[in-house]
Design a protein. Sequence first.
Length: 202
Amino acid sequence: MARPHAVVVPYPGSGHINPALQLSKLLHRHGVFITFVVTEHNLRRARAAVEGAAGGREGFRIEAIPDGMLDADRDAQDYDIGLSKATVNHGAAPLRELVARLRDRSAPGVPPVTCVLPTTLMSFALDVARELGVPSMVLVALGAAPLMAEMRLRELKERGYLPLKGIYAILELVNHDIGSLLDYTHESISSTRLQAVSIVIN
């Protein structure tokens, strides 16, 4: 049986890269070949972190894809929003090319890809994995409370709380409906549509 090979695709922010790197180190210690994908902009910093984390060991490599941002936009006040939009709009094609190349064993000494593991905000990686027939999982680099809030956004919209209509909408939500929103049952989890085979919660 070939060695498992996970392509880890964190969102290009430290709150996503660090947990993804920690999970990658654990998987690598248990025999999983890791391809850690970062943006070209973050490559130098990520290479140092990955080399330190993996100790230059066999089976832990780094690859870079473009994030779609122009250098002039990196100093913009809304950098985070711009990075998110650019990554989502321009990340799929280079990732598809990378995973296809790795899956088809065109890189010597690299086993075929058996799993794509993006963090949240990199949902295009799930589409790429599905297109190429590769299983996928999502690393949720959030605490439990933000994850629960994210999973309840649809319900908040249906109840008319989103988009927010001012501070009174927030107070009304807290005073009247927070209990029913926090009624977090197995039924609500299973009714949530997810594209991944499973979720890894940080």
